[in-house]
Design a protein around this ligand. Structure first.
Ligand SMILES: NC(=O)c1ccc[n+]([C@@H]2O[C@H](COP(=O)([O-])OP(=O)(O)OC[C@H]3O[C@@H](n4cnc5c(N)ncnc54)[C@H](OP(=O)(O)O)[C@@H]3O)[C@@H](O)[C@H]2O)c1
Length: 258
């Protein structure tokens, strides 16, 4: 990439966004499209993806809906094949699908532990496995590629009852640092984005009463981030000159202490 169009800095780029049917992924897909990227949007809810693709199209962008469960390695590989054939291969991956199910460890909510590990770690790795070859190939041809993984402030700080979720996100941040070392030499920038609390569907999946009350209380005393705040941050990362890798971004609500 030698020169950028200032109005559409991502023109000519092909982005893949996982977890694109709601929240951070949905807002980021729309924003990347508005910056000129063609965007493949992945999630399980086909109806939500269809609406998103149509909205992006109405706003002058190009998007492709791919219904896939990222914990299904074959489905993710098939999605990657489709991106290659239909859009010419990804050079920007926003690896974002995830779930947060905090609860005291002594509740032994082992199904929820497994769900978080399966999606936040194994799903994330399935997506990396399917798309890294495209990122490397595209970076060699187009001069830059981006792998942006959604981590969380919980990767750094301690939150009561968030042990399993936090550990999955610590995995994401640490993995990202290592991958940056490997893939940077191939012109693929790797970043971890670590948001504090963002108002999305994420909180609605929480089943533990204590955590639900804590979330409700936090909403009273601070203004949460919006999905668009994260979308703009991802757009900013991907719009940097090819030599610049913003490797880790922590983005917090102004009123959130830790
Ligand atoms: N909101 C926050 O406060 C916050 C803070 C820090 C980090 N994060 C992280 O941000 C990421 C996005 O979360 P969000 O806040 O935007 O929550 P969200 O609105 O619940 O979005 C989660 C997305 O993941 C998708 N998804 C869930 N299971 C999937 C599966 N098996 N296969 C494919 N897609 C799947 C969901 O779509 P389908 O159900 O249609 O599949 C949805 O699009 C997550 O990694 C989360 O951990 C969120």
């Amino acid at each position: 990439m030698t020169s950028q169009n200032p109005v559409a800095p991502l023109a000519g780029r092909v982005a893949v966004v996982t977890g694109a049917s709601s929240g951070i992924g949905e807002a980021t897909a729309e924003h990347l499209a508005s910056l000129g990227a063609k965007v493949a949007v992945l999630a399980r809810r086909a109806d939500r993806l269809t609406e998103l693709v149509s909205r992006i199209g109405k706003n002058g962008g190009t998007a492709l809906a791919i219904t896939a469960d990222v914990t299904d390695v074959q489905a993710v590989r098939a999605a990657a094949d489709r991106v290659k054939v239909d859009l010419g291969g990804a050079d920007l991956l926003f690896n974002n699908a995830g779930v947060m199910l905090p609860a005291p460890i002594e509740e032994l909510a082992t199904d929820q532990w497994q769900h978080q590990i399966d999606l936040n770690i194994t799903g994330l790795m399935n997506v990396i496995g399917a798309f890294v070859p495209q990122l490397v190939e595209a970076a060699a041809e187009r001069g830059v590629g981006d792998l942006v993984n959604t981590s969380s402030i919980t990767a750094q700080n301690l939150f009561p009852n968030f042990a399993v979720y936090s550990a999955t996100k610590a995995y994401v941040t640490h993995l990202s640092r290592h991958l940056r070392m490997e893939l940077g030499q191939k012109k693929v920038r790797v970043s971890a984005i670590e948001p504090g609390i963002v108002g999305t569907e994420l909180q609605s999946h929480v089943t533990d009463d204590g955590v639900r009350q804590w979330l409700a209380g936090s909403k009273e005393i601070m203004e949460w981030l919006t999905p668009e705040d994260i979308a703009h941050t991802v757009g900013f990362l991907a719009s940097q000159p090819a030599r610049v890798n913003l490797q880790q971004v922590t983005i917090m609500p102004t009123g959130e202490a830790s």
